[in-house]
Design a protein around this ligand. Structure first.
Ligand SMILES: NC(=O)C[C@H](N)C(=O)O
Length: 598
């Protein structure tokens, strides 16, 4: 029996593989009624083409949702959603009622007012029980958050994790490693003052995080605070009271939210893989942080390095230095690395990198320590926890991973491999015509001209031009005037090699054009089977809305006996039990037509 035959024979109860954590399944839904309403002018006077984008908010606790109790500030359960619902900037009840939103997405769902480009950010809140002050969090909580993101990955376009600030940098770092081949934004945020107080930073932080998670496909675990989006594994908490509580000393922000939200696409990390998203929930707990201080005794180091310790971040002085006149201390470190404990050398300084400039740094290399570059201690610790849990790797392979840049947590010199913008003949000609020369202006020219050029190259299957554009630092995730990316175009044209090239250069499969179509929708429409398969391997999937809408089209393919068309939809993950406009499913139509599908 082919997979198409199976799909048409059996009802698929869980087509997307997503859980029912936030949105009830099996509820008689009303997609067609919702569809009709989306084109109702009273709801959307300016545009009938309103698009819904979905975000899952995982509320783990933190000050953002705390109230004052007898023993100080503590999380307040079951209050967050109610309170947001009352704030017009966080929820449009009229839209929710008129579009049957609660029937469709569940009670804990809210919707923001319409964005400037006619999008509705619909967000569901998954509140943890108990809510935690982040000082109470452990590795198990990281696993829980990662698991919930995995369970709901296909249902949502982006994820916001509400979290206390005290240990947010640790959780953000850990999630960045645990989330392998991430293709959607995961943004941690919280606040210094509870959202229930008159003056607070929680509302701005939550709103900014929601907007970025919904509107930009940034495939990273990030942290959003006080108008800045940072890479999650680069941050550290630097202030107990200021609204600007976090710093990312070794990497500039990924985005700044001022009058406009500006994404620094050059800085966004891309995994360059065509593998599917997964969450690694195995973490090694036998890891620790040891901070050097003048006069530390060998006995203290020895005690710290006792079994079951398996990995240690040694926080050293300056550019990775330790006393070279302390053979007793160095011997303890050497004994530990000889015994298979991985020790990473990270600096105590907020900014800068570990380097072998000093004799006091060289002794640590001799003692078997691995240089941690410019990693934060938070990132190094959670990376150890992640890498040491990889049972199939031997010690050397683990050490190698520790010294490599896995998720943009440490700087590597990529800049040197890129052609300098001002050396590009193409940019030179344009710059001359426009009489410009400074770096920012050249970058602006590049960012304005290269996206449509990349689309043209994708259309004609010209990888050489794509490569030249890449060398200029062009970002293939940027879209044209219709929101279409080179991947959309290559998927339409059936250029498998271009699709492959783009995916292996970190291009997202989740970009939606102005009609809400992804490259997967395009490949299905133009029936490029191999491209559908490749996109699916990379984690592409239909949205719930698309699956609901597809019923009528599937019925019509079934009615005309178009097995090829049905097969493509099947490969793309369609659900043949979704009803069409008259309530019948493709399975019903196949049955009534007596089609023979084996
Ligand atoms: N601002 C905060 O969220 C601090 C709080 N103690 C926490 O980390 O949960």
């Amino acid at each position: 029996m082919t997979s198409l035959a199976r799909a048409l024979a059996q009802p698929q109860l869980e087509p997307t593989g997503a859980s029912d954590a936030c949105s009830p399944r099996g509820v008689p839904l009303v997609p067609s009624r919702r569809r009709q309403l989306w084109s109702c002018p009273s709801l959307h006077p300016a545009s009938p083409n309103v698009l819904e984008v979905r975000v899952l908010v995982v509320n783990t606790g933190g000050t953002i949702g705390m109230t004052l109790h007898d023993n100080g500030l503590a999380p307040q359960p079951d209050a967050f959603v109610q309170s947001l619902r009352k704030l017009p900037i966080f929820h449009d009840e009229q839209y929710a009622q008129q579009t049957f939103m609660y029937d469709y997405y569940g009670e804990n769902t809210l919707v923001l007012p319409m964005t400037k480009d006619y999008k509705r950010i619909v967000y569901s809140v998954l509140e943890y029980n108990p809510l935690l002050d982040s000082s109470n969090m452990t590795t198990d909580d990281w696993v829980k958050i990662g698991t919930d993101i995995k369970k709901n990955y296909e249902e949502f376009d982006g994820f916001v994790v509400l979290h206390g600030t005290d240990t947010m940098a640790y959780t953000a770092s850990a999630l960045s490693f645990m989330c392998e081949h991430l293709g959607k934004p995961v943004i941690l945020t919280g606040s210094q003052v509870p959202i229930y107080e008159i003056r607070n930073d929680g509302r701005d932080n939550l709103l900014g995080a929601l907007m970025i998670a919904a509107l930009y496909v940034i495939p990273e675990v990030c942290l959003y605070f006080y108008n800045k989006l940072y890479r999650g594994n680069r941050v550290t908490k630097v202030d107990t009271g200021s609204f600007s509580a976090f710093a990312s000393p070794n990497l500039s922000p990924l985005a700044i939210a001022e009058a406009e939200i500006t994404i620094k696409w050059d800085t966004v990390w891309r995994g360059n893989s065509t593998a599917k998203f997964q969450v690694s929930t195995e973490l090694n707990r036998n890891v620790g942080l040891l901070r050097l201080f003048p006069g530390i005794t060998a006995a203290t180091a020895r005690a710290f390095l006792q079994p079951p310790m398996e990995g240690v971040v040694l926080e050293t002085y300056g550019s990775g230095n330790a006393p070279d006149n302390r053979p007793d201390l160095l011997e303890e470190l050497k004994k530990a690395t000889d015994a298979g404990i991985i020790i990473i050398n990270c600096t105590q300084c907020l900014k800068g990198t570990v380097s072998p400039s000093y004799a006091t740094g060289q002794v640590l290399i001799e003692a078997g320590l691995i240089a941690g570059g410019d990693m934060t201690p938070e990132a190094a610790l959670s990376k150890l926890s992640y890498v040491l849990a990889k049972r199939d790797l031997d010690l050397d392979a683990r050490k190698k991973l520790m010294s490599q840049n896995l998720r943009g947590e440490m700087s590597s010199d990529l800049a040197g491999t890129r052609l300098c913008l001002s050396k590009s003949r193409f940019i030179q000609v344009i710059a001359k015509c426009l009489n410009i020369s400074c770096k920012e202006e050249l970058e602006a020219v590049r960012d304005a001209f290269t996206p449509p050029l990349a689309c043209v190259a994708a259309k004609i299957g010209d990888i050489e031009t794509l490569e030249a554009l890449k060398q200029m630092g062009s970002n293939f995730c940027l879209d044209d005037y219709d929101g279409r990316t080179p991947l959309h175009i290559a998927a339409c044209e059936g250029h498998l090699n271009v699709v492959n090239y783009l995916l292996s250069h970190g291009v997202t499969v989740y970009a939606k054009d102005r009609y809400g179509d992804t490259p997967l929708c395009n490949a299905v429409r133009f029936r490029h089977r191999k491209i559908v398969q490749l996109l699916r391997q990379t984690g592409a999937h239909f949205s719930r809305e698309k699956l609901d809408e597809a019923g009528t089209e599937l019925c019509s393919l079934a009615a005309s006996g178009d097995l090829d068309g049905l097969e493509i939809w099947n490969l793309a993950g369609a659900d043949f039990t979704k009803p069409g406009y008259d309530g019948r499913t493709a399975v019903d139509v196949v049955g009534s037509r007596g089609l023979n599908i084996t």
